[in-house]
Design a protein. Structure first.
Length: 150
């Protein structure tokens, strides 16, 4: 008698494949049944009640509040484009590499580390020098310019 070429493992793998295929088909049918295609516009609308919750029932017109547009005020703390950043800052050079031409200044007030390039220097600086500088906003953050020794 010859042995069967189908092993137990192969049978189990086939069963798993069929089971996955069946589950996938069931999920597909469930999506089709729950699909919102063809629904009317009223069924797709959502409303926001007075508490900010989303509901499917429209708000009662008697409960609507009318807001005077002129009473709304906006405030921004951002600086307008073209305005200069803070001027007259002081700090200490925490690191400066002469050969590469860049370094960092530790701001004495905020303690932030601010990048400085050799092009922004008015005087030669070394590590631990006290300096005064101005800042400008660059795409990578603040950068010190007009750096002078104190």
């Amino acid at each position: 008698m010859a042995r069967s070429s189908v092993t137990f493992n192969k049978k189990e793998q086939e069963k798993k494949k069929l089971q996955k295929k069946k589950e996938k088909g069931e999920r597909k049918e469930a999506r089709k049944a729950n699909s919102a295609k063809g629904a009317s516009l009223d069924d797709m609308l959502a409303y926001v009640d007075a508490d900010g919750n989303i509901t499917d029932t429209p708000v009662d017109p008697k409960k609507k509040h009318v807001v005077d547009v002129d009473s709304i005020s906006f405030r921004t703390d951002r600086k307008e484009e073209g305005d200069e950043d803070e001027t007259g800052r002081t700090g200490t050079v925490s690191f400066f590499n002469d050969s590469k031409g860049y370094g960092f200044i530790k701001d004495s007030i905020s303690g932030d580390s601010i990048f400085v390039h050799a092009n922004g220097l008015l005087d030669q600086v070394r590590d631990r020098d006290k300096v005064s500088f101005e800042t400008e906003r660059t795409p990578k953050g603040l950068s010190a310019i007009k750096v002078k020794k104190i």
